[in-house]
Design a protein around this ligand. Structure first.
Ligand code: 13P
Length: 249
C-alpha cells in the first residue's frame, strides 16, 4: 500500500498564542487536502489555543519537544501525559537545534522516542549530518548511527507508525535545499537501515520526511521521490506558501 504523505510545519520559537491563532485561521483553508496528513508542530504555550483553532479541520497539532520522565522535579519541562491530555498526537524528537543548543544526545532521543510510543504519541525523529560530515563522506554512517540508537528498544509495530525526518543541518534555514538526488539517497538509505533493524514490511510502512529549506518551488520535486514521504518545514510553514507545499501535486 502506498504510504500517505505527511507534511509538518515546525514553527520553532515563533508565534505568540494570539499570533498562532491568527496564522492558523489564515492557513486553514489553504492546507485542506485528503492526500496528506498535515501537522503543525507549535511552541508548547501555543498548543491549547492551536488545538481549539484547528477544530473541524484536517490539521493535527504536534509538540516540538517533550521530556522522557512521567512527572516530577524537572523544572521547565513538558511531560508526555500533558501532551496527550490535551489531544497532541505528534512530537518532534531530537531536532538538530535541540541537539546543538540544548544538549540532546542520541541517548536522550532514544528515551524520548520510547516514552512517546508508551503514551501513543507519534514521534517525528530527526536526524541529519553537518556540512563537515558530508564533506568527509561519512553522511550515511552518521545517520545510520543516529537512527539505530533512536530506535533501540522500539518494536517493529511501533516503528511502522513512526516518522523520521532527514534534515541535513547545512540545509536548515540557509535557503540551501539538498538536491533531490541527495535527499532521496539519504532517505533511501534510512529506509534500508530500518529494513536491516526490523524487516521489509517495517521499512515499507515507516514514513520518512525531508526537511531543510523546503519551499513551494522545491516541494514537488522532493515529494515525488520514492523514499520521501513528505516534509518537515520550518520558515515556509509560517507563510501562506505552506498551503502550496501541502498541495504540492
Ligand atoms: P527551514 O525549512 O526553515 O530550513 O527549517 C527546517 C527545519 O529545521 C524543520 O524542522
Amino acid at each position: 500500500m502506498a504510504r500517505k504523505k505527511i507534511i509538518a510545519g515546525n514553527w520553532k520559537m515563533n508565534m505568540t498564542p494570539s499570533e498562532a491563532v491568527e496564522l492558523i485561521n489564515t492557513l486553514k483553508p489553504l492546507v485542506k487536502t485528503e492526500d496528506a496528513d498535515v501537522v503543525f508542530c507549535v511552541p508548547a504555550i501555543d498548543i491549547i489555543p492551536a488545538l481549539e483553532a484547528v477544530k473541524g479541520t484536517n490539521i493535527e497539532i504536534g509538540a516540538e519537544n517533550m521530556y522522557y520522565e512521567e512527572k516530577g522535579a524537572y523544572t521547565g519541562e513538558i511531560s508526555p501525559a500533558m501532551l496527550t491530555d490535551v489531544g497532541v498526537k505528534y512530537v518532534i524528537i531530537g531536532h538538530s537545534e535541540r541537539r546543538e543548543y540544548f544538549a540532546e544526545t542520541d541517548e536522550t532521543v532514544n528515551k524520548k522516542v520510547l516514552k512517546a510510543f508508551e503514551h501513543g504519541i507519534t514521534p517525528i525523529v530527526c536526524c541529519g549530518e553537518t556540512l563537515t560530515q558530508r564533506e568527509q563522506g561519512v553522511t550515511m554512517d552518521f545517520i545510520r548511527q543516529q537512527v539505530k540508537i533512536a530506535f533501540l528498544g522500539v518494536t517493529a509495530d511501533q516503528a511502522k507508525t513512526a516518522v523520521i525526518a532527514y534534515e541535513p543541518i547545512w540545509a536548515i534555514g540557509t535557503g540551501k535545499t539538498a538536491t533531490t538526488e541527495q535527499a532521496q539517497e539519504v532517505c533511501g538509505g534510512i529506509r534500508r537501515c530500518i529494513a536491516e533493524i526490523y524487516d521489509e514490511a517495517t521499512a515499507e510502512a515507516i514514513r520518512i520526511q525531508y526537511g531543510g529549506s523546503v519551499n513551494a518551488k522545491t516541494a514537488p520535486e522532493l515529494f515525488v521521490q520514492p523514499d520521501i514521504d513528505g516534509g518537515l518545514v520550518g520558515g515556509a510553514a509560517l507563510k501562506p506558501d505552506f498551503g502550496q507545499i501541502v498541495n504540492w501535486k
